[in-house]
Write a protein that binds this ligand. Structure first.
Ligand code: XIL
Length: 385
């Protein structure tokens, strides 16, 4: 089976990208140059294409995409285009990149990743409009200033939402708002927005809907794959929002897993707040299925949004365990396909992962690992319900 790029993808890319310039890191170049230099195939043409295998289930298979790597690494660019039918800009559309200061909106990188995805005929998940972590430092001076924060949130969401109307399939409107261990009715994290703007979650969803009435609105979080105190709190929160007619269409389950706490050390260093951002591997996968089911039963579309599986070392034993985690998570999603509509990883090649514990489908030289073949095999052998 070939995994080659369709011609229409290239033509569309050329039309979308036009002559505009892109700034990634310190480099400036023409999109045109990138296309001209694109080889017809750098990857193994005999490799199965995940996006094609997923079609019979009516779901998308995807990965986060990174502006710098699309720009700098032809192999990355090619595999991203060939393997995946959905993508999420990893950082390019976040506050940190779009808002270098209070007065400026810089859309260069977000536009670039979106145009590349459109050229590849990929569905795009916008990520994200409101997060309590990983915000630009200049926002700190508004700490506890409810009026200013409210107005900044509305302006940001309206501007970004309107700009990408018609191009994003969905937005992660609010990301990671719920505590890891909610207690006694307290379930929201103290962060940039809370408690300064007590209704910030409803406000963010309503403002996104006003900016783009056709984009699907998602709440996205980690450590909520199984039925646990956190996913219970999220379930209650989303149910209440729906009962209050807050526009909401989907729930994104990040699915960052770690085998034997492989990533605790690195993840802590990389993101402020000290959160682990990883779940231990479920011992009983039926609780993952039951969890997906209850959100689907609420009427929500479920996406697996950021899956990766950190391993302590590259031994065959851990590579096989990693493959099993991918297989089981995909099976749980396929059980509710196409209401579980998207299965996405947070990157696809270990050398560029946000984690240093080899959590992705391909090794550093783009060689597919057992977890890639586990996903291929699961797509091939699972019956459409
Ligand atoms: C991460 C990116 O991968 C890193 O490059 C960046 O430094 C920090 O953010 N959950 C999310 C994603 O919702 O936005 C995070 O992405 C990973 C955890």
């Amino acid at each position: 089976m070939h995994c080659t790029m369709e011609l229409t993808g290239l033509i569309l890319t050329a039309i979308c990208l036009g002559m505009s310039s892109v700034v990634v890191g310190n480099e400036v170049s023409k999109h045109q140059d990138r296309l001209a230099g694109r080889p017809s195939s750098v990857s193994d043409a005999s490799l199965p294409c995940l996006k094609d295998l997923a079609k019979k289930f009516g779901i998308w298979i995807g990965s986060a995409s990174n502006a710098k790597h699309i720009h700098d690494d032809k192999e990355y660019d090619q595999v991203l285009a060939e393997q995946f039918s959905i993508t999420t800009p990893e950082n390019a559309c976040k506050w940190t990149i779009i808002r270098p200061n209070e007065a400026t909106f810089n859309f260069t990188n977000c536009d670039y990743v979106v145009a590349t995805a459109q050229g590849n005929n990929q569905t795009i998940r916008g990520h994200n409009l409101c997060w309590g972590a990983h915000n630009p430092a200049w926002l700190d001076k508004f700490d506890n200033n409810s009026t200013a924060l409210r107005s900044l949130l509305i302006t940001h969401i309206s501007t970004v939402g309107k700009r990408y109307a018609g191009r994003m399939y969905s937005w992660d409107v609010v990301n990671g708002a719920v505590l890891d261990s909610p207690k006694n009715g307290t379930y929201l994290k103290t962060n940039t927005w809370y408690p300064a703007v007590p209704d910030y979650i409803d406000l963010a969803f309503k403002t996104t809907h006003e900016a783009d009435s056709s984009v699907k609105l998602f709440y996205n979080d980690y450590n909520c794959e199984v039925i646990n105190a956190k996913s219970d709190a999220i379930y209650k929160m989303l149910k209440t929002m729906m009962a209050n007619s807050v526009p909401l269409h989907g729930f994104g389950i990040q699915a960052h897993f770690s085998i034997s706490h492989a990533d605790a050390r690195h993840a802590k260093k990389r993101l402020s707040g000290g959160h682990k951002f990883a779940s231990s591997v479920p011992t009983d996968w039926s609780t993952v299925e039951d969890n997906i089911k209850r959100f689907v039963d609420l009427g929500l579309e479920v996406h697996i949004t950021e899956m990766d599986v950190s391993i302590p070392s590259n031994s065959q034993q851990y590579l096989d365990q990693q493959a099993d985690v991918y297989r089981n998570m995909l099976k749980a999603c396929l059980k509710y396909a196409p209401k579980c509509k998207s299965f996405e990883t947070w990157g696809f090649v270990d050398k560029y992962s946000w984690k240093k514990n080899d959590p992705d489908y391909f090794d550093a030289s783009f060689k597919p690992k057992p977890c890639f073949y586990a996903v291929v095999d699961t797509l091939n052998t699972t019956h459409v319900l």
